[in-house]
Design a protein around this ligand. Structure first.
Ligand code: PLP
Length: 258
């Protein structure tokens, strides 16, 4: 038994199916040998197909929960998922800036089933106030295009997001039409690196949350970014290969006993 586990603060929504959101974080972090410190940003009503309603947690409440937790518990890394409001970003940004630990941000803008989970104001606040603190941003291709709507292509999206101040961008290609899934790692002054994965026959619920939390757990353990990205993708691919059904919609990653 480890006397001390790396601890990852998770800022995520609650998905009652257990496929995405905070449950994905907790399970992926446990599998990575890390402990999750869960702060819920929003409650959701959803099934395995799509999100129906989102109820954001009050920003002052979130700030109070953060302050109480942070006064006691060491935070080795942060994973950010669904954000409920621009007011949440306003209270979180200065606090995270003070922490000085790796931050992985998975910008959850729209559900895989199509439900809208964000606004243009939220995109703007995320870019202006959170990205300067972010170590690894993990948008899928559609999210990268939405965050930088005037960009000519994905490389231009990544350049703009790096320009906002995040250190690394991993644009995932699960939502793109190519025969293989190509995830692309962009960082300033370095060649772009492609990771190619066999495209599995179906689409999944919670894949993005799982990957981002798997990266955060490895950064919390002290792995360099390159190793964290590589290992987390490889592990997530195995979770997807063994996905299971919890309802009638998309299957969820199997994050257990891999
Ligand atoms: N609900 C919550 C709380 C989430 O964090 C996410 C995605 O990250 C979703 C729903 C949507 O997940 P997906 O797009 O994989 O279906």
């Amino acid at each position: 038994m480890l006397a001390r586990r790396p601890q990852v603060l998770c800022l995520s929504g609650l998905d009652p199916t257990g496929g995405a959101g905070i449950q994905a974080d907790i399970e992926a972090l446990a599998a990575a040998g890390a402990h999750a410190l869960p702060l819920i940003t929003a409650l959701t009503a959803q099934d395995s197909d799509n999100v129906r309603q989102v109820q954001a947690v009050d920003a002052d409440w979130l700030a109070m929960q953060y302050d109480v937790l942070q006064a006691d518990c060491r935070i080795d890394a942060v994973k950010i998922g669904l954000l409920g409001s621009t007011a949440q970003i306003a209270v979180l940004a200065p606090r995270l800036a003070e922490l000085g630990v790796p931050i992985v941000c998975d910008p959850v803008l729209r559900a895989g089933g199509g439900a809208e989970l964000s606004s243009v104001a939220l995109h703007t606040a995320l870019r202006q106030h959170l990205l300067p603190q972010v170590t690894v941003l993990t948008p899928n291709a559609a999210e990268a295009r939405r965050l930088v709507p005037d960009a000519a292509d994905l490389a231009a999206c990544a350049a703009a997001l790096l320009g906002d101040g995040c250190a690394h961008v991993l644009i995932t290609g699960g939502d793109e039409p190519e025969a293989e899934v190509c995830n692309r790692w962009y960082q300033p002054q370095a060649a772009v690196q492609d990771y190619r994965w066999p495209r599995l026959a179906e689409t999944f619920h919670g894949a993005g949350c799982t990957l981002a939390a798997a990266i955060a757990g490895r950064l919390a353990r002290g792995l360099p970014v390159a190793a964290a990205l590589e290992q987390a993708q490889e592990w997530t691919q195995r979770c997807l290969q063994q996905a299971y059904a919890v309802g009638r919609g998309r299957r969820i990653p199997n994050r257990h006993r891999l």
